[in-house]
Design a protein. Structure first.
Length: 361
């Protein structure tokens, strides 16, 4: 029986996800904009470091420096689906993606569609660990190597993937749960998270962070590491901080702003039956527009009623659309306010912003 000591401070968030190239490509939306670690062999083709993927797709690695060896290395960086960014998104510059896009699709050609061009940005390549050494990281990076082997794991109980440590649920039983430590995680199946002094609920956040020791046999389900449990016991927490990452820190992205709007700020003679659209410099969190957009109207200095409005965020164009239940007041000054509370998808706040235009008769 192999003993894997997987330890940590209770309840910490997994900041980096150890995984495989196959899972990245199969679950691109889940991994988009997440920090990942995988062991692979990049090759330099056409001036771009790449990893092999299926025909019609490209996975580039934007490295700070060349890999230390021609063989497998551990790659650490942020995984992105380039097609989910608009060409003028500030992250294209921050992540040094423009030359990658031009090298792959050609300068002046249409911007890549979603699910076609992927990149691991702000990436470093360090010597790979021994893939045969049983560790949580290796189970996550090389699940097939440990298929059928007996192991004992210690880590945090994460319920039915309530912290989003893994991209999908293999659905072996209704009692499946995730065990996580350092930057690795596995699914556990075959036994309830229950034993002497504990009975955990896979759907309850109150139980997250409890440490367990699980023994069983490793398997692979849909590319995911899976432990078929034979025993489950309570365990004491340990320090499981992942290996330090010495790559340079990515430059901070600028705060979001409105690139342009329709109508434009200060525009006049706008038909009352209009829809307001605003495009942002960064991807925004759709839910934060709800209740944080206010539209007011005045006619000759007197407040006028504004029809009920709905907001729809369209991530493909980084734009929000404001529709009204009826026409706006005629000959009115319309003020559209984006209030405090609107954020980017990664939580950066939009400074309160106003747009003003006037309607025609």
């Amino acid at each position: 029986m192999v003993l894997l000591a997987l330890s940590a401070l209770g309840g910490q968030t997994q900041s980096r996800i150890a995984t495989t190239r196959g899972l990245l490509m199969k679950n691109a939306l889940f991994f988009h904009s997440r920090t990942v670690a995988l062991t692979d062999t990049p090759t330099l083709t056409g001036g771009v470091w790449r990893l092999p993927v299926e025909a019609g797709k490209t996975l580039a690695v934007v490295l700070h420096s060349a890999p230390p060896t021609n063989g497998p290395v551990e790659i650490r960086g942020t995984f992105v689906d380039v097609g989910r960014f608009a060409p003028d998104d500030s992250r294209i510059t921050a992540y040094s993606l423009q030359p990658i896009v031009e090298a792959i699709v050609g300068a002046g050609n249409p911007w890549p569609a979603r699910e076609t061009l992927f990149a691991i940005v702000n990436a470093s390549a360090v010597p790979a660990e021994d893939a045969n050494v049983p560790s949580m990281r290796n189970l996550a990076m090389f699940p097939e190597k440990f298929d059928g082997k007996p192991v004992t794991l210690r880590g945090r109980f994460r319920g039915r993937n309530l912290m989003g440590d893994l991209p999908s649920w293999p659905r072996q039983t209704d009692n499946d749960f995730v065990l996580q430590a350092a930057d690795g995680a596995v699914w556990v199946t075959g036994m309830k998270p229950k034993g002497k002094g504990f009975d955990l609920d896979t759907s309850a956040r109150r139980d997250l962070g409890r440490w367990l020791e699980v023994s069983g046999t490793m398997a692979v389900a849909g590319g995911l590491p899976l432990l078929r449990a034979k025993t489950v016991a309570a365990s004491a927490p340990e320090d499981d901080m992942p290996r330090a990452d010495d790559r340079p820190v990515a430059p901070p992205l600028p705060p979001p702003a409105i690139n342009f709007s329709v109508p434009t700020d200060g525009e006049t003679d706008i038909p009352p039956a209009t829809t307001v659209r605003a495009q942002f410099s960064r991807d925004m969190k759709a839910q934060t527009f709800e209740g944080h957009v206010r539209v007011t109207a005045s006619v000759n200095g007197t407040a006028a009623a504004v029809p009920a409005l709905t907001t729809t965020y369209r991530p493909g164009t980084l734009s929000v659309e404001i529709k009204f239940a009826g026409p706006l007041p005629r000959f009115a000054t319309i003020t559209v306010e984006f209030l405090d509370g609107i954020t980017t998808s990664d939580g950066v706040a939009l400074a309160p912003t106003k747009l003003t235009f006037s309607t025609s008769g």
